[in-house]
Design a protein around this ligand. Structure first.
Ligand code: GTR
Length: 406
């Protein structure tokens, strides 16, 4: 996003703030061991995010079904196996289904590590491969080949710049993607056609009303369902799953990575407010603005923090810390002031003491690094030139990061 008027884009006007300490328990005790982190502090922080930000979620479906709707061992000129899989939840109990597109490199022996990520506009937009099924789900935009909120063939390949499929395959990774709108259409009434209209209890069997959870929590739940499927796929190494998401889907990825430890690496690309950026800085997009524009993204309680960021019991560095000890990557773009690039960096930095406690290297930089200079150990970070987007540069860093950690 570029700059919208009426918001703060000046470091000098960032209010002074104090961040909640990821290494002090709610009762005020310092967290000094791996056991304290894993058994006490991590569950506390996770519960705070559930209660105050993203909401809870249902349990995994008891009887999901996986239908392979098409398969080719010779896709993309022989480079890949292409599979399309329809995931249905709870034995066709309701109509929502998640349509996964999976490419697996033919060039490697054994089970492949995989990047998982939602797309914004349907699987058919990530590549011009004519065999990709055209999505029949509701589309948010009415441009780029969508008419009356339905995709047309015109939309094929429209997002391919963000998805360097051949490059990912060449680097030895599989790619699994799905359209996030299959889980819940992205508008304030979208829940009526999404999974939030069906599940009424959370993982512990407690009642789950509409605003006890959120679209982001529903989308994140959907990402976990892709992992359930990948665990059944012998060509995939489910111990090496990297999760990537851009912008609102970066927020979703962070929450999915926090709630499901099967994601081995979590990547936030330009996720901004409600994602990697520190809410207390109120730089660019604010809590009030995001809750007003997107009332369905967060839970009921989060709305009580409009113009009141200092009272949120958590801040977003603690979301990043929830990945620990698993590697996490945060990326910002220079022209993306709406997402507060420096706030994303400071958040990665403030998460780093948790990694250090666990004997791992965090982001390893005191101030935001120069442009196009990736830094970090188990917490990766880069600040690239250009706008709010996912570029080949971003992907090359994520592929390098995955090489390093897998
Ligand atoms: C914007 C929103 C951001 C970001 C972005 C996107 O309108 O304010 O928080 O999520 O959309 O997802 O592209």
């Amino acid at each position: 996003m570029a700059q919208r008027p009426g918001f703060n884009y000046d470091e000098a006007n960032v209010p002074s703030y104090e961040l909640p300490d990821p290494l002090v328990s709610e009762s005020g005790n310092p967290i000094t061991s791996i056991q304290d982190w894993e058994n006490l502090r991590r569950p506390e922080i996770l519960a705070l995010f559930e209660d105050h930000v993203y909401g809870r979620r249902p349990d995994k479906p008891e009887n999901p079904t996986y239908t392979v709707t098409s398969e080719s061992i010779n896709a993309l000129g022989g480079k890949a196996i292409r599979k399309q899989i329809t995931i249905r939840f709870d034995e066709n109990a309701f109509p929502q289904a998640l349509h996964v597109l999976l490419y697996i490199p033919n060039s490697i022996q054994g089970a492949a590590p995989v990047f998982v990520g939602y797309n914004f506009n349907g699987n058919h937009t990530i590549h011009t491969d004519p065999s990709i099924h055209l999505s029949t789900s509701w589309m948010r935009t009415n441009s780029n080949g969508n008419i009356n909120h339905q995709a047309t063939d015109e939309a094929r390949g429209k997002s391919s710049k963000r998805w360097p499929v051949e490059r990912i395959l060449e680097r030895g990774y599989a790619l699994a993607t799905a359209y996030y709108g299959d889980i819940e259409p992205d508008h304030s009434e979208g829940w009526k056609d999404g999974i939030r209209s069906h599940y009424k209890t959370d993982e512990e069997g407690k009642s789950l009303e509409l605003e006890d959870w959120s679209a982001i929590s529903a989308w994140a739940w959907g990402l976990s369902r892709i992992v359930d499927y990948l665990e059944t796929e012998s060509a995939i190494d489910a111990k090496r799953i990297a999760l990537i998401g851009h912008s609102r889907l970066g927020k979703t990825s962070l929450w999915a990575g926090a709630t499901d430890e099967r994601f081995g690496i979590t990547i936030s690309n330009n996720s901004g407010c409600g994602g990697a950026a520190l809410s207390r800085r109120a730089f660019g997009e604010t809590v009030k603005r995001i809750n007003t524009s997107f009332p369905h993204w967060f839970n009921r309680i989060f709305k009580s923090y409009n113009d009141n960021e200092a009272t949120i019991p958590v801040d977003q560095h603690q979301l990043i810390a929830l990945m620990a000890p698993r590697p996490v990557y945060v990326a910002s773009a220079q022209k993306d002031l709406w997402a507060d690039p420096n706030g994303e960096f400071l958040s990665a930095k403030a998460a780093s003491p948790v990694y250090e406690l666990l004997g791992l290297k965090g982001v390893g930089a005191k101030t935001q690094p120069p442009l196009n200079t990736p830094v970090g150990g188990h917490v990766g970070y880069h600040f690239r030139t250009g706008k709010h987007d996912v570029t080949l540069y971003d992907w090359e860093q994520y592929l390098d990061f995955a090489d390093k950690h897998f």
